[in-house]
Design a protein around this ligand. Sequence first.
Ligand SMILES: [Zn+2]
Ligand SMILES: [Zn+2]
Length: 320
Amino acid sequence: MRAVVFDGAELRFDPDRPEPVPGAGEVVVRVLQAGICETDLQLVAGYKGFRGVLGHEFVGVPLTGHLAGRRVVGEINCACGRCDTCRANLPGHCPDRTVLGIVNHDGAFADLVAVPERNLHAVPDSVSTDAAVFTEPLAAAFQIAAQVPLEGGMRIIVLGDGRLGHLCAQVLARRVARLTVVGKHPAKLAVLDALGVETCLLADRPQSRSADVVVECTGSASGLPLALALVRPRGTVVLKTTIAGEQTLSLAPVVVDEMTIVGSRCGPFDQALEALAAGQVHVQPLISERFDLSEGVTAMARAAEPDVLKVLLQVDAASP
Ligand SMILES: [Zn+2]
Ligand SMILES: [Zn+2]
Protein backbone atom coordinates (compact mmCIF):
# COMPACT_ATOMS: atom_id res chain seq x y z
CA MET A 1 0.00 0.00 0.00
CA ARG A 2 0.97 3.68 -0.23
CA ALA A 3 2.00 5.57 2.94
CA VAL A 4 3.74 8.71 4.21
CA VAL A 5 6.46 7.52 6.57
CA PHE A 6 8.81 9.27 9.00
CA ASP A 7 11.89 7.18 9.79
CA GLY A 8 13.34 9.45 12.47
CA ALA A 9 15.45 11.41 10.00
CA GLU A 10 13.47 11.80 6.82
CA LEU A 11 9.84 12.12 5.78
CA ARG A 12 9.13 10.17 2.60
CA PHE A 13 6.39 8.70 0.48
CA ASP A 14 6.56 4.88 0.39
CA PRO A 15 4.61 3.41 -2.54
CA ASP A 16 5.09 -0.12 -1.25
CA ARG A 17 4.58 -0.18 2.51
CA PRO A 18 3.37 -3.54 3.91
CA GLU A 19 -0.34 -3.47 4.82
CA PRO A 20 -1.12 -3.15 8.55
CA VAL A 21 -1.80 -6.32 10.51
CA PRO A 22 -4.70 -5.64 12.90
CA GLY A 23 -3.99 -6.32 16.57
CA ALA A 24 -6.52 -7.74 19.04
CA GLY A 25 -9.78 -5.78 18.81
CA GLU A 26 -8.60 -3.84 15.77
CA VAL A 27 -10.13 -3.59 12.32
CA VAL A 28 -8.49 -2.41 9.13
CA VAL A 29 -9.93 0.84 7.80
CA ARG A 30 -9.59 1.98 4.18
CA VAL A 31 -8.70 5.67 4.45
CA LEU A 32 -10.65 8.17 2.33
CA GLN A 33 -9.15 11.41 3.54
CA ALA A 34 -6.74 12.63 6.23
CA GLY A 35 -5.87 16.01 7.74
CA ILE A 36 -2.43 17.37 8.62
CA CYS A 37 -2.17 18.97 12.05
CA GLU A 38 0.47 20.79 14.10
CA THR A 39 1.28 17.56 15.94
CA ASP A 40 2.34 15.93 12.66
CA LEU A 41 4.75 18.79 12.07
CA GLN A 42 6.07 18.48 15.64
CA LEU A 43 6.57 14.71 15.24
CA VAL A 44 8.79 15.33 12.23
CA ALA A 45 10.67 17.87 14.40
CA GLY A 46 11.39 15.09 16.91
CA TYR A 47 8.37 15.15 19.25
CA LYS A 48 7.82 11.73 20.91
CA GLY A 49 10.61 10.15 18.83
CA PHE A 50 7.95 8.75 16.50
CA ARG A 51 8.81 6.44 13.63
CA GLY A 52 6.28 4.99 11.22
CA VAL A 53 3.22 6.09 9.25
CA LEU A 54 2.04 9.54 10.34
CA GLY A 55 -1.57 10.69 10.51
CA HIS A 56 -4.28 10.70 13.19
CA GLU A 57 -7.06 12.82 11.67
CA PHE A 58 -8.93 10.71 9.13
CA VAL A 59 -12.17 9.51 7.62
CA GLY A 60 -12.31 5.95 6.33
CA VAL A 61 -14.37 2.84 5.75
CA PRO A 62 -13.74 -0.29 7.87
CA LEU A 63 -13.27 -3.49 5.89
CA THR A 64 -14.71 -5.65 8.71
CA GLY A 65 -16.60 -5.29 12.00
CA HIS A 66 -19.99 -3.83 12.89
CA LEU A 67 -19.35 -0.60 10.98
CA ALA A 68 -17.98 -2.30 7.85
CA GLY A 69 -18.77 -0.33 4.71
CA ARG A 70 -19.84 2.84 6.55
CA ARG A 71 -17.86 6.08 6.79
CA VAL A 72 -16.17 6.37 10.17
CA VAL A 73 -13.80 8.55 12.17
CA GLY A 74 -11.59 7.11 14.88
CA GLU A 75 -10.41 8.12 18.33
CA ILE A 76 -6.64 8.02 18.41
CA ASN A 77 -5.75 6.52 21.82
CA CYS A 78 -5.43 2.73 21.73
CA ALA A 79 -5.75 1.71 25.39
CA CYS A 80 -5.02 -1.66 27.02
CA GLY A 81 -8.48 -1.82 28.62
CA ARG A 82 -7.16 -3.69 31.67
CA CYS A 83 -5.03 -1.34 33.81
CA ASP A 84 -6.25 0.78 36.75
CA THR A 85 -6.37 3.90 34.56
CA CYS A 86 -8.50 2.16 31.93
CA ARG A 87 -10.76 0.74 34.65
CA ALA A 88 -11.14 4.28 36.00
CA ASN A 89 -12.57 5.12 32.54
CA LEU A 90 -9.58 7.19 31.46
CA PRO A 91 -8.42 5.19 28.41
CA GLY A 92 -6.85 8.30 26.90
CA HIS A 93 -4.37 8.23 29.78
CA CYS A 94 -3.63 4.47 29.77
CA PRO A 95 0.12 4.21 30.51
CA ASP A 96 0.38 1.31 28.06
CA ARG A 97 -1.53 3.00 25.26
CA THR A 98 -0.36 3.49 21.73
CA VAL A 99 -1.63 6.49 19.78
CA LEU A 100 -2.48 6.40 16.06
CA GLY A 101 0.26 8.11 14.11
CA ILE A 102 1.82 9.54 17.30
CA VAL A 103 3.02 6.80 19.69
CA ASN A 104 4.08 3.30 18.56
CA HIS A 105 1.16 2.84 16.17
CA ASP A 106 1.07 3.45 12.43
CA GLY A 107 -1.33 6.19 11.41
CA ALA A 108 -3.67 7.17 8.62
CA PHE A 109 -1.49 8.84 5.96
CA ALA A 110 -1.82 5.53 4.12
CA ASP A 111 -4.30 3.51 2.09
CA LEU A 112 -5.06 1.35 5.14
CA VAL A 113 -4.84 1.87 8.92
CA ALA A 114 -5.55 -0.58 11.75
CA VAL A 115 -7.80 0.97 14.45
CA PRO A 116 -9.37 -0.52 17.61
CA GLU A 117 -12.99 -1.19 16.63
CA ARG A 118 -14.24 0.44 19.86
CA ASN A 119 -12.54 3.70 18.82
CA LEU A 120 -14.69 4.08 15.70
CA HIS A 121 -17.66 6.42 15.32
CA ALA A 122 -20.01 6.34 12.33
CA VAL A 123 -20.19 9.62 10.43
CA PRO A 124 -23.79 10.85 9.98
CA ASP A 125 -24.84 10.89 6.31
CA SER A 126 -25.43 14.64 6.52
CA VAL A 127 -21.77 15.31 7.41
CA SER A 128 -19.47 15.48 4.37
CA THR A 129 -16.13 13.69 4.36
CA ASP A 130 -14.45 17.11 4.16
CA ALA A 131 -16.18 18.13 7.40
CA ALA A 132 -15.79 14.80 9.18
CA VAL A 133 -12.01 14.90 8.80
CA PHE A 134 -12.11 17.75 11.36
CA THR A 135 -13.78 15.56 14.02
CA GLU A 136 -10.58 14.76 15.95
CA PRO A 137 -9.31 18.35 16.34
CA LEU A 138 -12.86 19.60 16.88
CA ALA A 139 -13.29 17.09 19.70
CA ALA A 140 -10.13 18.55 21.24
CA ALA A 141 -11.85 21.95 21.18
CA PHE A 142 -14.89 20.51 22.98
CA GLN A 143 -12.59 19.10 25.66
CA ILE A 144 -12.02 22.63 27.05
CA ALA A 145 -15.59 22.94 28.31
CA ALA A 146 -15.34 19.42 29.71
CA GLN A 147 -12.41 20.53 31.90
CA VAL A 148 -13.09 24.20 32.72
CA PRO A 149 -16.48 25.39 34.03
CA LEU A 150 -17.60 28.13 31.64
CA GLU A 151 -20.17 30.82 32.34
CA GLY A 152 -21.84 33.01 29.73
CA GLY A 153 -20.44 36.24 31.17
CA MET A 154 -16.81 35.13 31.03
CA ARG A 155 -14.18 36.81 28.90
CA ILE A 156 -12.12 34.30 26.91
CA ILE A 157 -9.06 34.95 24.79
CA VAL A 158 -7.98 32.30 22.30
CA LEU A 159 -4.30 32.79 21.62
CA GLY A 160 -3.29 31.61 18.15
CA ASP A 161 -5.06 31.87 14.80
CA GLY A 162 -4.03 28.47 13.46
CA ARG A 163 -6.07 25.34 12.80
CA LEU A 164 -6.85 24.50 16.41
CA GLY A 165 -7.34 28.13 17.45
CA HIS A 166 -10.05 28.46 14.80
CA LEU A 167 -11.93 25.40 16.04
CA CYS A 168 -11.62 26.36 19.73
CA ALA A 169 -12.85 29.87 18.93
CA GLN A 170 -15.91 28.63 17.04
CA VAL A 171 -16.86 26.20 19.80
CA LEU A 172 -16.28 28.60 22.70
CA ALA A 173 -17.92 31.61 21.01
CA ARG A 174 -21.19 29.71 21.33
CA ARG A 175 -20.67 29.40 25.08
CA VAL A 176 -19.57 32.85 26.21
CA ALA A 177 -20.52 36.35 25.13
CA ARG A 178 -17.02 37.84 25.10
CA LEU A 179 -14.42 35.95 23.10
CA THR A 180 -11.44 37.35 21.20
CA VAL A 181 -8.92 35.50 19.07
CA VAL A 182 -5.44 37.02 19.24
CA GLY A 183 -3.23 36.09 16.30
CA LYS A 184 -0.38 37.15 14.04
CA HIS A 185 -1.86 36.52 10.61
CA PRO A 186 -4.39 39.03 9.21
CA ALA A 187 -5.56 36.59 6.51
CA LYS A 188 -6.30 33.86 9.06
CA LEU A 189 -8.04 36.31 11.40
CA ALA A 190 -10.16 37.51 8.47
CA VAL A 191 -11.63 34.00 8.16
CA LEU A 192 -12.84 34.30 11.76
CA ASP A 193 -14.06 37.87 11.24
CA ALA A 194 -16.25 36.56 8.41
CA LEU A 195 -17.79 34.06 10.84
CA GLY A 196 -18.57 36.85 13.31
CA VAL A 197 -15.80 35.99 15.77
CA GLU A 198 -14.00 38.98 17.30
CA THR A 199 -10.28 39.09 16.51
CA CYS A 200 -7.26 41.20 17.29
CA LEU A 201 -3.67 41.29 16.02
CA LEU A 202 -1.02 40.27 18.54
CA ALA A 203 0.50 43.77 18.38
CA ASP A 204 -2.88 45.24 19.44
CA ARG A 205 -3.58 42.74 22.23
CA PRO A 206 -5.11 43.95 25.49
CA GLN A 207 -2.49 45.39 27.81
CA SER A 208 -4.58 44.75 30.92
CA ARG A 209 -4.87 41.28 32.36
CA SER A 210 -8.61 40.93 32.00
CA ALA A 211 -9.35 37.49 30.56
CA ASP A 212 -11.01 34.92 32.81
CA VAL A 213 -9.72 32.13 30.58
CA VAL A 214 -6.92 32.14 27.99
CA VAL A 215 -6.80 29.18 25.62
CA GLU A 216 -3.25 28.79 24.34
CA CYS A 217 -3.22 27.33 20.80
CA THR A 218 -0.13 28.99 19.35
CA GLY A 219 1.91 25.87 18.70
CA SER A 220 4.94 27.81 19.89
CA ALA A 221 7.06 28.06 23.02
CA SER A 222 6.20 31.75 23.41
CA GLY A 223 2.50 30.94 23.85
CA LEU A 224 2.40 30.09 27.55
CA PRO A 225 4.28 33.18 28.82
CA LEU A 226 2.02 35.32 26.65
CA ALA A 227 -1.08 33.58 27.97
CA LEU A 228 0.04 34.23 31.54
CA ALA A 229 0.38 37.91 30.69
CA LEU A 230 -3.24 38.09 29.46
CA VAL A 231 -5.11 36.15 32.15
CA ARG A 232 -6.47 37.86 35.26
CA PRO A 233 -5.32 36.88 38.76
CA ARG A 234 -7.08 33.61 39.74
CA GLY A 235 -7.83 33.06 36.06
CA THR A 236 -7.27 29.89 34.02
CA VAL A 237 -4.87 29.16 31.18
CA VAL A 238 -5.80 26.18 29.02
CA LEU A 239 -2.71 24.78 27.35
CA LYS A 240 -3.29 23.07 24.01
CA THR A 241 0.19 23.31 22.48
CA THR A 242 2.54 20.34 22.46
CA ILE A 243 5.99 21.23 21.22
CA ALA A 244 9.03 19.08 20.61
CA GLY A 245 11.50 21.20 22.59
CA GLU A 246 12.01 21.81 26.31
CA GLN A 247 10.59 24.98 27.80
CA THR A 248 11.73 27.16 30.68
CA LEU A 249 9.35 29.49 32.45
CA SER A 250 9.32 31.48 35.68
CA LEU A 251 6.46 29.99 37.72
CA ALA A 252 6.45 32.62 40.48
CA PRO A 253 3.71 34.69 38.76
CA VAL A 254 1.50 31.58 38.72
CA VAL A 255 1.88 31.33 42.50
CA VAL A 256 1.56 35.03 43.23
CA ASP A 257 -1.54 35.46 41.06
CA GLU A 258 -2.97 32.05 42.00
CA MET A 259 -3.48 31.04 38.41
CA THR A 260 -4.74 27.68 37.20
CA ILE A 261 -2.98 26.02 34.28
CA VAL A 262 -4.97 23.22 32.66
CA GLY A 263 -3.40 20.87 30.14
CA SER A 264 -6.00 19.81 27.58
CA ARG A 265 -5.77 17.22 24.82
CA CYS A 266 -8.26 14.83 23.20
CA GLY A 267 -11.99 15.29 23.52
CA PRO A 268 -15.46 13.83 22.94
CA PHE A 269 -16.02 12.67 19.34
CA ASP A 270 -19.80 12.42 19.80
CA GLN A 271 -20.10 16.14 20.59
CA ALA A 272 -17.89 17.05 17.63
CA LEU A 273 -19.94 14.95 15.20
CA GLU A 274 -23.19 16.39 16.58
CA ALA A 275 -21.90 19.94 16.12
CA LEU A 276 -20.85 19.19 12.53
CA ALA A 277 -24.22 17.57 11.79
CA ALA A 278 -26.04 20.57 13.26
CA GLY A 279 -23.95 23.01 11.20
CA GLN A 280 -22.73 24.73 14.37
CA VAL A 281 -19.09 24.73 13.29
CA HIS A 282 -17.90 25.91 9.89
CA VAL A 283 -14.87 23.99 8.75
CA GLN A 284 -15.01 24.59 4.99
CA PRO A 285 -13.30 28.02 5.25
CA LEU A 286 -10.40 26.33 7.05
CA ILE A 287 -9.46 24.09 4.12
CA SER A 288 -6.49 25.78 2.46
CA GLU A 289 -5.39 23.09 0.07
CA ARG A 290 -5.63 19.40 -0.74
CA PHE A 291 -3.01 17.02 -2.08
CA ASP A 292 -3.01 13.41 -3.23
CA LEU A 293 -1.49 10.99 -0.71
CA SER A 294 1.46 10.50 -3.07
CA GLU A 295 2.28 14.21 -2.59
CA GLY A 296 2.29 13.84 1.20
CA VAL A 297 5.79 15.23 1.68
CA THR A 298 4.92 18.39 -0.27
CA ALA A 299 1.63 18.62 1.65
CA MET A 300 3.44 18.51 5.01
CA ALA A 301 5.80 21.30 3.89
CA ARG A 302 2.80 23.35 2.78
CA ALA A 303 1.03 22.82 6.13
CA ALA A 304 4.07 24.32 7.89
CA GLU A 305 3.80 27.61 6.00
CA PRO A 306 2.44 30.54 8.00
CA ASP A 307 -0.44 31.51 5.72
CA VAL A 308 -1.96 28.04 5.63
CA LEU A 309 -4.78 26.57 7.70
CA LYS A 310 -5.87 22.96 7.03
CA VAL A 311 -4.14 20.86 4.41
CA LEU A 312 -5.98 17.67 3.47
CA LEU A 313 -4.57 14.48 2.02
CA GLN A 314 -6.83 12.85 -0.51
CA VAL A 315 -6.20 9.15 -0.01
CA ASP A 316 -9.06 7.64 -2.01
CA ALA A 317 -9.16 9.82 -5.14
CA ALA A 318 -12.78 8.80 -5.82
CA SER A 319 -14.02 10.19 -2.50
CA PRO A 320 -14.74 13.93 -2.23
ZN1 LIG B 1 -3.89 16.50 15.61
ZN1 LIG C 1 -4.77 0.69 30.20
